[in-house]
Design a protein around this ligand. Structure first.
Ligand code: UD1
Length: 418
């Protein structure tokens, strides 16, 4: 297993190209299975979660052609079959194949997902949404078995909470349901709107994506399509923290200010400056870091996927920060590792109190999940001396070439290959 060696204390300066959003790419790969015509995606990030999702699409029979700039998925000859649990257990997002397969073939068998160890993460809302469209669903031997022999029918789907994944499942399935589907209390994340843009290019009729009420008219007459996905706002937010934590200045090309409003607000409270540039955003810090209070919320609130990174920033800020996690119940796995680097963090349930300002010192640490791992990279950049981060495969799931992107901006970082 690869490790990262980082010597901290340097100031980062330069330009980072923000890749396409992983969380936009994964549902779009699943959506390709709805249509018998090819879908060309031109901004897929080179990360292992995307590789795995494409591998699962291939197991269903899709032909995937990938080069540096574009990926074409041709699902003309796929079949709705069961794929081995080993392939899907690593990634929760593989549950996103359920809706498209059921919608196209009237039946689907998909493993209950595994994925990041950040809590129970059930899929009840995905299942309820499909049942509302007329599917019969049972859980058998760890599989979700869904059928709708007469096809899906448009209906009003009321989501109990604005789940990103359940909204995407409902949206994809609704494109093949006969008549109008209304999704109420839909997630408003930019990745949901980007999925709707992709489905629209493929021929679907969708209104209201990006708001809490989405309308879909089905069934769709599919056509060959091309879609350029949005930039990764979580990657952009992570490099923004890298600039702020090292007192540096980074231009984040492709980053979109409108998708990062809540994040930019916190960055500014904490003492960083953020300004738009022709190509994206510039994040810099000259003065001292200040504490801030953060509560994670569904979009447009502060994203849970940036909570660990901002907790690391809070460790380096003078004063006490309060951080509350409201989306996932077990998303503080980075805390013991940050404490090993010298952080002062007290946990109480879903709330963390960070007493910042103590100097972080390099140590051996263990990556545990995707966002927890990257918070350790950020801590290591700010820490005195050498940090070794073990199990970096977690990072490779969602960050494209993080070591070379950071090295280009002056970080002392090296990948130790096993
Ligand atoms: C997506 C993102 C993930 C991000 C999360 C919240 C992808 C591939 N992943 O995950 O990076 O952290 O949104 O912004 O896009 N829940 C249920 N039942 C369900 C579905 C969800 O109880 O059927 C719960 C979850 O356990 C969690 C909350 O709802 O507590 C939010 O989950 P959801 O928005 O669905 O997240 P994901 O789509 O899994």
């Amino acid at each position: 297993m690869d490790r990262l060696r980082i010597v901290g204390g340097g100031r980062l300066q330069g330009t980072v190209t923000i890749a396409g959003a992983k969380n936009a790419a994964l549902p779009q790969i699943a959506a390709a299975l709805l249509s018998p015509h090819p879908l060309e995606l031109t901004n897929l990030p080179q990360v292992s979660d995307v590789d795995n999702m494409l591998s699962v699409a291939r197991l269903y029979g899709a032909r995937v052609e990938r080069n540096a700039h574009s990926t074409t998925i041709d699902a003309g000859d796929i079949v709705s079959r069961e794929v081995s649990y080993d392939t899907v257990r690593r990634m929760r997002a593989t549950v996103l194949f359920l809706g498209p397969l059921l919608a196209r073939f009237g039946e689907a068998r998909v493993s209950l997902p595994g994925g990041c160890a950040i809590g129970a993460r059930p899929v009840d809302m995905h299942i309820d949404a499909l049942a509302t469209l007329g599917a019969e669903i049972v859980i058998e031997n760890g599989l979700i078995v869904a059928s709708a022999r007469g096809g899906l029918k448009g209906a009003r789907i009321l989501l109990g909470a604005p789940s990103v994944g359940a909204t995407e499942t409902a949206l994809m399935a609704a494109t093949m349901a006969v008549g109008e589907t209304e999704i109420v209390n839909a997630a408003r994340e930019p990745e949901v709107a980007d999925l709707a843009a992709c489905l629209t290019a493929m021929g679907a009729e969708i209104e209201g994506a990006g708001t809490h009420r989405i309308l879909v008219q089905g069934p769709t007459g599919w056509q060959p399509a091309k879609h350029h996905g949005i930039a990764d706002r979580v990657e952009a937010g992570t490099y923004a923290v890298a600039a702020a934590i090292t007192g540096g200045e980074l231009e984040l090309t492709n980053a979109r200010i409108e998708n990062l409003a809540a994040v930019i607000q916190v960055l500014e409270i904490m003492g960083a400056s953020v300004r738009p540039s022709n190509r994206g955003l510039v994040v810099a810090r000259g003065g001292p870091l200040r504490a801030a209070d953060i509560v994670t919320e569904p979009y447009p609130g502060f994203p849970t996927d940036l909570q660990a990174q901002f907790m690391t920033l809070a460790c380096c800020a003078a004063g006490t920060s309060h951080i509350r996690e409201t989306i996932f119940e077990n998303r503080f796995m980075h805390v013991p590792e940050l404490v090993r680097l010298g952080a002062d963090i007290a946990l109480q349930g879903t709330a963390a109190t960070v007493r910042g300002g103590a100097a972080l010192k390099g140590a051996q640490v263990m990556a545990t999940d995707l966002r927890a791992s990257v918070s350790l990279v950020l801590a290591a950049l700010a820490a005195e001396g050498e940090t070794i981060i073990n199990r970096v495969y977690h990072l490779d799931r969602g960050y494209e070439q993080i070591d070379s992107k950071l090295a280009q901006c002056g970080a002392e970082i090296e990948r130790l290959r096993d």
